[in-house]
Write a protein that binds this ligand. Sequence first.
Ligand SMILES: [Zn+2]
Length: 374
Amino acid sequence: MADIYFWYRVDHILANKWRPNTFDEVLGQDTTVQALKNALDRSLLHYCYIFTGIRGVGKTTLARLFAKSLNCEQGLQAHACGQCSSCVGIKEGNDLDCYEIDAASRTKVEETLKILDLATYPPTRSRYKIFLIDEVHMLSNHSFNALLKTLEQPPSHVKFLLATTDISRIPDTVRSRCIEFTLNPGKKDDVQSHIRRVCEAEDYQIDDQALETIVDQANGSVRDAITLLQTLMTASNDRTITNDLVERVMGIVSEHVYEELVKHLESNHREKILSFLEHLSNQQTNYMRLIDQCIVKMSRLAKISQSNGSNFQNWIQIALLTKRDAALYPSMKIAFEMMIMRMLEFVPKINNLNQGPITDQKKNYHKDKSTQSI
Ligand SMILES: [Zn+2]
């Protein structure tokens, strides 16, 4: 019966291979890890836990580690043995008393009721019957109501471990019955060190700039960083990962290209902007990623800019609106190009930035620009 809910995993997926096997291997979630360890070592257990945070930050991993500790045959302890049939079964996703459910594909109330019915029976061989429900925010309202009924009077042998990327979609009535852990996005230094360790262990060379670009793109998600690394390993012919390879594989553009873009925008140089767009269209450019990169780079520039802060704010707003409306454009290339042209319209028309003091330059601003709305 249980096997219909199993998630099969394969070893050649690097993110699975490098998934932490103990609490001590979990990256950057010290507070949550300590709280879980304390709960286990002091036997202060609740019946429902919810893990929230961005994707790839370790929610399911922590839930599985917690499940192993709950049902380890060596006893209830923070340091699960990792060897007993329960520990191995949970790790491999085929334990009889630990049900992993992907709520995104099982939203209907009938399916939730079927799962909850299993909760009424005691565990087959373990201490607890554990239900690990991933992406729990995807359940329908009826499903949440059914879950709530079980949470109101939970059988003593049942533990619910819920994971979600969107805690705001969990009804308050359910949340109030859960111990909630918010997982932090991975710190840049931690993720970089981890990726470097993976490269060394897998016998790949990686340069510092490539490492930085990967971590920037992963945006705090350790799994995203490792998945990207695996893509790059596959693309590399000589077990070397350079920044050039990262940019080519991901369709992103170099730092200096942004500087060039900003320079052309600031100087309102339409011809150079058009040739810049032409240049991009001849590359394998990932335009959606490029818009994200623009937002990140411009927000950095906005913080350090002495005089053009409001320009960057406007441009970031234009980029955000382009992202929002992306699906309406015939292609992402057109969306990106129109975004740049719109940014150009929002640059104060200064004949020559290098001439005259800033007070004189301001007199040349097109007054009508200040009244435009985005
Ligand atoms: Zn064990």
